[in-house]
Design a protein around this ligand. Sequence first.
Ligand code: ADP
Ligand code: MG
Length: 490
Amino acid sequence: MSDSWDYSVFWDETINQIRQRIDVQEYNMWFSRMLYTRAEQDLIIVSVPSSFYRDQVRQRYLSEIEGTLQELSGSTIHIDFDINKTVSSTFSIDKNKSELKSAQIPEAQNGFGFSLSSDESKVLKRDHHKLGHSEQTAILTKSERHPLLNPDYTFENYVIGQNNSFAANAAMAIVRDPGTAYNPFLIYGGVGLGKTHLIQAIGNYIHLNMPEKKIIYVQMESFTNEFIHAIREQKTHIFKTKYRNVDILLIDDIHFIQGKNETQEELFYTFNALYENKKQLVFTCDRPVAEIKDLTDRLRSRFERGLNVDLQPPSYETRFAILNKKIEAWGIDIPEESLNIICNNITTNIRDLEKALTKLKAYVELVSKDITPEITKQQLKDFFSVTSKKNITVDLIMREVATYFNLTAQDLKNKKRTQSVAFPRQIAMYIARDITEYSTTEIGTEFGGRDHSTVMHGCQKIADVMKTDPTIEPIVSELIRKIKQEGSRS
Ligand code: ADP
Ligand code: MG
């Protein structure tokens, strides 16, 4: 969302709500020919077929549309009309039919910008008559859905095991009485362990059971981009209104804020405004808050104020339960032996488990229902190794180690031998030797063309230091964990 604004969820929902308020004929007359085309900050551009049509819509509905948008988004979004004579008429709301009717209708002379042939009038009447049941159900299911949340991320779909029960129970306590129990609530843990699922489950539950609560779910990255954009356009007041007027603010992946000073300041004030009004705040992070670098102390203390709970990698039993739940939901049959093989080989996280299962599912559907242990191993062979080694390069290791020590990867490649560079360089060499298959010669080449004996010496040095200095081993382990995590992400 860095440069383009997407308000289509708000637009769709606005149209949906208005559809429920007005007569169906009126709806079809005016709304079926408005087409969301694009957006800018605070602005949606809608295509309509003629200037007459635009003026009519403005006069009749503009304030209602903008009012609904304001309600949904928490900020003022204006509408601008773009005249596009090819906007087709879709009298039927039924998707299949509108496809049939997507022919271009020229602007006619009747002032409405379009003419109704007698056939179309019949379609209009017939559809109006038929609308009844299915249309209403469609509206119902759609309006139950929160436009910013994935409807599959629910508590019902979340398998609870030892690795996540603390976090899941806290989340379920929060939704019973948002803003009071644990505020803020922060979930942290590595990639693919279920942070996004859990934070969205909170949103989905509250949306369904307390529909009057205004909920915003946003990725930290989008929040940041939106804010930068608001500054550039001198519209920060709108940004503030949007985020300070919610009941539930869910921000995913807050580690992204590291080093972004202005966004940190803005989030700090947003936090205070909501917190003082007992609004619920939930965050996720890929590491403990203490490990986010370049974070102001005051924001750090806000994040740490409520309850911080981590998600651990799932145990064998939980992995098995998750796979079972998935195949049940998909309605496919995969023998227990195969599930065992997956559980034994994929221990990292749930996203990787899902990827493996998806591949087997495709095999069942496209090739054969008879899955044997041999087929399982053969089909998932690459996958099992990919998750461990393939994506970890010396370059990735240098970058992560350098970042940790406030250096650049180039510093590690350079010839400089001061202790402040030499030690991190040796740690990076040690890790490269430990977790990749590269030879010391290959590693030396990556480190600015050093000799293999230099690499061996560096590795030995770190191995020795770790035996005598107890503070080094945790740093190395943490770096290895992060590197593996980054590697599995690419
Ligand atoms: P994260 O945000 O921590 O990287 P996600 O929430 O995106 O991880 O989870 C990755 C995938 O694993 C998602 O499809 C999610 O539904 C699934 N998943 C994670 N935890 C569980 C769980 N406890 N039960 C069922 N599915 C889970
Ligand atoms: Mg996530």
